[in-house]
Design a protein around this ligand. Structure first.
Ligand SMILES: Nc1ncnc2c1ncn2[C@@H]1O[C@H](COP(=O)(O)OP(=O)(O)OP(=O)(O)O)[C@@H](O)[C@H]1O
Ligand SMILES: [Mg+2]
Length: 511
């Protein structure tokens, strides 16, 4: 680094005219992208805009077709690779994938770079632990060098990833939707870490669909649309509406949030009484009416996912009873499907998708009952259904024969959600339906849920996205440590009200 150059203006990475296609249409066309040293730079765009692809090119996971890349003044050739990127100091923070279980934080940080004893050459564990601990303390992380990975939360694992990158002398850290599975406290901690990294002169490239994070954190924002660079915004031009307009090419006419609860009368569709499952939730009673959207709030780990899984019949419960449409009901997955229940699970990568199979195939499997009348599948009906899902949620590319694994992350999510939304449902359970989904598609999904409810479908919505929860719900139950601690059934409810109840702060100071 030149002695008296202004560090904040120094260009660390300069990509010019990057073009990429995965044996098909152009996914990136002539994209220019640059990172300055010590800046926090957000990369935004709709699902499928090309964000992850650009990152894969920078980190050597996939090649570019053409264009130049210069890092710290040196050209990066077409033989760029993952190890090449690591050697240059370009690190990607994966959410949990790359850590080795059964090993400690320090062992993961120093993997293959362990300090060794002179002469004997064996690993100097004491020194390794103390070096690791010094780095942990410097950043004030909530970890010990000797903690074993297996016992750590997702947020803590992510900090180990960051430590590993720091130890590898990374000067560029890339985070692709890092907060999507963090609690709000963990996210806040991560933002603190990102600012600390910046103060240390490390550049952070950040991808997120959560606009408020982008506004708070970023020094610059690069906007991509359909694989092209739209604009690079400097700090003073980073405004929510401006970014959204550039991202989706139009202004978003967001419906006014109602945020007013109103108990729905009418038929009770689902009646849950005293449902308990040891260690997960206890004594849950709730009634769900026809056409009602019942929101379930609470912190991550409060038992919301476990509760809806038990209602749908994926997991067994220990005691309590359920009746459905006035009759006793024994939960079970095939039972639920026959009864007209839809279920969009939280962990969609594991439970929702077969990546090697086409969009049509993925949608068909959930809907066999309606497409396989006499024992064989009607290709025509299957295709019609998948076209419907593609249209409903604006899945891109709108090509039902594509393997789902070739879609962008957000579009994969839309397939999982879409395959349920096109069914004839009585009851729909959605668990964090819009994580990873861009702001335009989110709006479309909200309208779909509202339309289903207006047609009489009952909806259980689990969401950590408070604006989403307060806006879509007719009534909200808040879970804390496996129990219902609060019901909002009438009148205006703010995000803060829900958060306070979730955190155990109830009116009158009682906890
Ligand atoms: N392995 C692949 N094979 C073929 N096409 C792919 C592959 N990976 C991505 N694509 C296509 O490249 C385009 C850009 O995808 P990319 O994953 O970069 O989007 P993204 O901006 O990260 O979107 P999201 O917000 O949904 O994560 C999409 O049209 C996608 O379908
Ligand atoms: Mg992506």
């Amino acid at each position: 680094m030149a002695e008296n150059s202004d560090a904040s203006e120094e260009v660390l990475l300069d990509c010019r005219k990057i073009c990429k296609s995965y044996n098909g249409p152009m996914v990136l066309s002539d994209v220019d992208f640059s990172m300055k040293r010590g800046e926090i730079h957000a990369l935004v765009g709709e699902n499928g805009a090309g964000k992850s692809t650009l990152i894969k090119i920078i980190t050597g996971v996939t090649g570019r077709n053409s264009g130049t890349m210069v890092f710290e003044g040196k050209e990066i050739g077409h033989d760029h690779s993952r190890t090449g990127a690591q050697g240059l100091g370009i690190a990607v923070i994966y959410q949990e994938l790359s850590l080795i279980h059964g090993m400690t934080v320090a062992q993961n940080m120093f993997l293959t770079k362990e300090p060794r004893m002179p002469v004997l050459g064996i690993i100097n564990i004491r020194r390794m632990n103390s070096l690791a601990q010094a780095m942990i303390d410097r950043y004030g992380f909530n970890l010990k060098a000797t903690d074993v990975i297996d016992g750590l939360s997702i947020g803590q694992r992510q900090t180990v990833e960051i430590l590993k990158a720091l130890n590898g002398k990374a000067s560029l850290m890339i985070m692709d939707e890092p907060t999507s599975s963090l609690t709000s406290a963990e996210s806040a901690q991560l933002f603190g870490i990102i600012r600390q990294l910046k103060a240390d002169g490390i550049s952070v490239l950040y991808i997120s669909h959560r606009m408020e994070e982008v506004f708070d954190l970023s020094d610059r924002v690069t906007v991509l649309r359909d694989g092209r660079l739209v604009e690079v915004l400097e700090k003073e031009r980073i405004h929510p509406n401006e970014i959204i307009r550039l991202m989706i090419g139009r202004c978003l006419d967001e419906k006014d949030s109602k945020c007013v609860m109103e108990r729905k009368g009418g038929e009770v569709v689902l009646d849950v009484h005293g449902l308990s499952s040891e260690g997960k939730f206890s004594d849950i009673s709730l009634q769900l009416h026809a056409g009602e959207v019942l929101g379930i709030g609470g912190l991550v780990g409060s038992g919301r996912t476990e509760l809806v899984r038990a209602i749908y019949g994926i997991d067994a419960h220990d005691s309590g009873s359920i009746s459905f449409q006035g009759k006793p009901w024994t939960p079970g997955v095939s039972q639920s499907i026959r009864g007209g229940f839809g279920f969009v699970p939280e962990e969609r990568r594991l439970q929702g998708i077969m990546g090697g199979i086409s969009i049509t195939g993925n949608i068909g499997i959930t809907n066999l009952d309606s497409i396989a009348g006499k024992g064989f599948v009607s290709d025509r009906k299957e295709l019609a259904l998948s076209r419907k899902a593609v249209g409903l949620l604006n899945i891109k590319p709108a090509e039902p024969s594509l393997p789902v694994g070739n879609l962008s992350g957000g579009n994969q999510q839309k397939v999982v959600v879409g395959k349920w939304l096109i069914r004839d449902l009585r009851l729909l359970i959605v668990d964090e339906p819009t994580v990873g989904i861009d702001i335009g598609a989110k709006e479309e999904m909200y309208q779909t849920i509202a339309r289903l409810a207006s047609e009489g479908v009952s909806v259980i919505l689990v969401s950590s996205d408070l604006p989403e929860l307060t806006r879509l719900s007719d009534r909200i139950l808040v879970l804390r440590k496996g129990r219902i601690v609060k019901e909002f059934a009438e009148g205006a409810v703010t995000e803060e009200d829900v958060l306070r109840a979730s955190s155990g702060i109830l009116e009158g100071g009682a906890a």
